[in-house]
Design a protein around this ligand. Structure first.
Ligand code: CA
Length: 359
């Protein structure tokens, strides 16, 4: 067969694999840096960027390499969006709601109180308008986004004292993230921001009364159960928080179509893997915590109801003052309503039945 025809038929990958021709279209080696907002110790979340980089390298035959840097290694955890926007790094892995101070709409690509669960969030992203709308928003920051991980519904955190009603929240110093803090402020909670590494000591000393982190697997490692006996659920502010790979638009545009596909596939692979890790690892950690004396408590019904109402009031306020929020939230809300209409039948019924059986 004519060699040109072989090239045409086999495509460059086949030809390279067969070693039949010099790499006519061989791509130049690409070296990127990824700044993570997370510490190495958070192996599930930080691990997602390592897995992503490993997949990119493998799929590109070693030609596209991304070095992964933990929070504070090359930039502070909360500096990564600026870093990607300015092009100091090509990409970052973060929880976008950290940046709601820049614009509240960042939170919609991650988690808001009483938002979507993990399955619903992934559906809104890939099948609904979520990814499209968030990308339109991120374009203002020269960023293109890719879903890359979800923790699933989180726990509501560790409390030194029992919470029996909304009244017990008054004056409570609670280490809790952003929008949940805004909601809880309305009931007299004093939200605290503390890096994960400082939470244990603050709880132990009583500088704070309560702290939320992630869920059993991550919380057990930090030992919060030793300094606060009550473990509340659910983390209604994080029903399915999504982590994102944020990529500098210019760096992305410079990639070949092959490398763009590799990047997208690797991010998607890491997205699935993170949820699997949490679902696989949380049960055993929960058993260990309860075995060591942790008291599991659901948030009282009046706390849930009041928090839901206050969250909706905040969303109405945001609709009135933030156009980006208003546009994305309208679609998010519609998807949330339809999705819950569906999930309440088969998913919820099946789960509830199974969880009530002796297995
Ligand atoms: Ca959390």
């Amino acid at each position: 067969m004519d060699r040109r025809l072989i090239l045409k038929n086999a495509g460059i990958a086949g030809v390279l694999a067969a070693g039949a021709a010099p790499a006519v279209h061989a791509q130049q080696a690409i070296r990127w840096r990824l700044a993570s907002s997370f510490p190495k110790g958070l192996d599930t979340i930080f691990g997602a960027s390592e897995l992503f980089a490993k997949q990119v390298k493998a799929m590109s035959g070693g030609k596209f390499e991304i070095s992964v840097h933990a929070g504070n290694e090359i930039m502070p955890p909360m500096g990564v969006v600026d870093g990607v926007q300015q092009g100091s790094v090509e990409c970052c892995h973060t929880a976008p709601y950290y940046f709601y101070g820049k614009n509240e709409a960042f939170a919609l690509g991650c988690a808001i109180p009483f938002g979507l669960n993990s399955r619903q969030m992934t559906a809104w992203m890939y099948e609904g308008n979520g990814l499209k709308l968030m990308r339109e928003f991120y374009a203002k920051y020269n960023i293109i986004s890719f879903p890359m991980g979800n923790t699933g519904a989180q726990m509501g955190g560790w409390f030194r004292k029992e919470i029996k009603s909304v009244a017990d929240l008054k004056g409570l110093k609670f280490r809790v993230s952003n929008l949940a803090g805004k909601v809880l402020e309305r009931f007299g909670v004093i939200p605290q921001t503390l890096p994960g590494g400082e939470v244990y000591t603050a709880l132990e000393k009583g500088t704070i009364d309560a702290a939320e982190w992630v869920g059993p697997y991550d919380d057990l490692k930090l030992g919060f159960n030793k300094v606060a006996p009550y473990y509340y659920y659910p983390g209604w502010w994080e029903g399915g928080p999504q982590l994102d790979l944020l990529v500098n638009q210019k760096a992305y545009d410079a990639l070949s179509p092959e490398n763009k596909a590799i990047l997208e596939s690797a991010a998607s692979y890491a997205h699935v893997d993170m949820q699997a890790k949490y679902d696989g690892r949380n049960p055993n950690a929960l058993k260990q915590l309860v075995g060591a004396g942790t008291k599991l408590r659901p948030f009282p019904a009046d706390v849930m109801t009041a928090a839901f109402k206050a969250s909706n009031e905040i969303y109405e306020e945001l609709n009135a003052k933030n156009e980006d929020w208003k546009k994305i939230f309208a679609d998010f809300s519609k998807f949330r309503a339809d999705s819950n209409l569906w999930f309440r039948f088969t998913e919820a019924r099946f789960d509830t039945f199974m969880q009530n059986q002796k297995l």
